[in-house]
Design a protein around this ligand. Sequence first.
Ligand code: ZSD
Length: 407
Amino acid sequence: SFIMHFIYASTALLATATLSIAAPAADVVGRKTFQVAQVAHGTVRKNGPIQMLKTYEKYAKVGAQAPPSVVQAARAAQQSGSVAANPEENDQAYLCPVNVGGTTLNLDFDTGSADLWVFSSLMTKSEQAGHSIYKPSSSAKKLQGASWNISYGDGSGASGSVYADKVVVGGVTATSQAVEAATSVSAQFTQDQDNDGLLGLAFSSINTVQPQQQTTFFDTVKSSLAKKLFTVDLKAGQAGTYDFGYIDSSKYTGSISYVPVDDSQGFWGFTAGGYSVGSGNSTTSSGNIGSAIADTGTTLLYLPTSVASAYYKKVRGAKIDNQQGGYVFPCSSSTPDFVVSIGGKPFTVPGKYINYAPIDQSGEQCFGGIQPNTGIGFTIFGDIFLKAMFVVFDQSTGSPRLGFAQQ
Ligand SMILES: Cc1noc(C)c1CN(C)Cc1cc2n(n1)CCN(c1cc(N)ncn1)C2
C-alpha cells in the first residue's frame, strides 16, 4: 500500500504538472492556440514490469522492494544481444551489421562519437554507389526541421536530415531510434564502400542533431537492457563482437579492472597510469600517461609525444616521416610490447600490433600503430590498443565506468 500510495501521489503530481505545461504561454500574442508536434523518438517497446521495477528501484532507498513476480516478469522482458565486429583491411575500422528500417547496413560502431548516421536515398546516385542504402521506410517518421552535421578528427564528415525508425542490433530493438540520413558525406566515406555509416556509442551530450539533440542507440535501449552496459571485444584480423546488456566471461582472461569515467566532454574518458616498453627485463618505464579516451572509431593508439618517442627509441630505424604524418620504421624491425597501467593493473599491447601496415607496395617501410597525440590534446586508446583487450562500457552503477581485461 506504501508503494501504491506513492505511485498514486506521483501520478497525480505529474497530471497537474502536465496541465500547467499545456496552457499556452501568455506571450503568444494574437493566436488562440498553437501546436507542438511530438514525435516519439528514442523509445523502446513499452513494458509494464520493467517500468514497475524502475519505480521499485527508485524508492529502494525508502524501503521499496519489488515482489519476485515483478522481478521475474521484468527480467523476462529485458533485452540483451551480440553483434559481430568485422575488420576492414589492416583493421582500419570494424563494421557491424545493423537492421535500420528494414535494411541491413554495415556500420562503424564508434565510442568516440554520438550520431547514428547512414548512407541514404537522399544522396546522389554516384555517392550511393557500392553502399547499402537507408530508404526511410513506411514506418519512418521524419523529424520536421531537424538536421545534423558531424566532422571527425581526420577532417572527414557528413550531414543530413533525421528520421525516427526501428533499429535492431544483435536482436536488441529500438522501436523508434533517431536515424540520421545523410544527404552529403566527405570523400573518405564515399571511397570506403564497406562502410555504410556510423553508430555512435559516446555520450548523447555530443550528438549533433539540431534543434533537438537525440540519443544514441545505447541510451535509447539502455533502460530495457538486462544490465545497462555494452562490451567491446575487437580482434586482430578477425571478427570480434559488441555485446549489449551482459558480460560474457569466456571473452577475457584474469579479472576486469574498473576505473571511473569522466564524461564531461561526451567521451568515455579515463586516467591512464605509467607505461613500459618491451617485455621481461629490457623494459623502460616512466611517468603517467594521464587523461585518455577509449575510442573504437579511431584506428591507432595516440600517446603523449614523450611516450611515443620513448617507444620508438626501441625500434631500429624508426623516425618521424612528415610526408607519412608520423613514425615509420623498416618493416623488418621488431617492435616491442607496450604495457600501460590502468586502475593499477598492467595491460599489454603485443608488439606485433604496433607494426600497423606497410606505407606502400614495396613493403620496405611500415607505419607505426603508436603515434604522438600532437594537436589532439588528449590520448586516444584506439583499435590498436582495444583489440588486445576486453572492455566494459558500463552505465549500470551510479556513475559511468570502464572495465578493462586482457583477452
Ligand atoms: C581515415 C579513417 N580512419 O578510420 C577509418 C575507418 C578511416 C577510413 N574511412 C572509412 C573514412 C573514415 C574516417 C573516419 N571514419 N571513417 C570513422 C569515423 N572517424 C573517426 C571517428 C573517431 N571516433 N575518431 C576519429 N575519426 C573518421
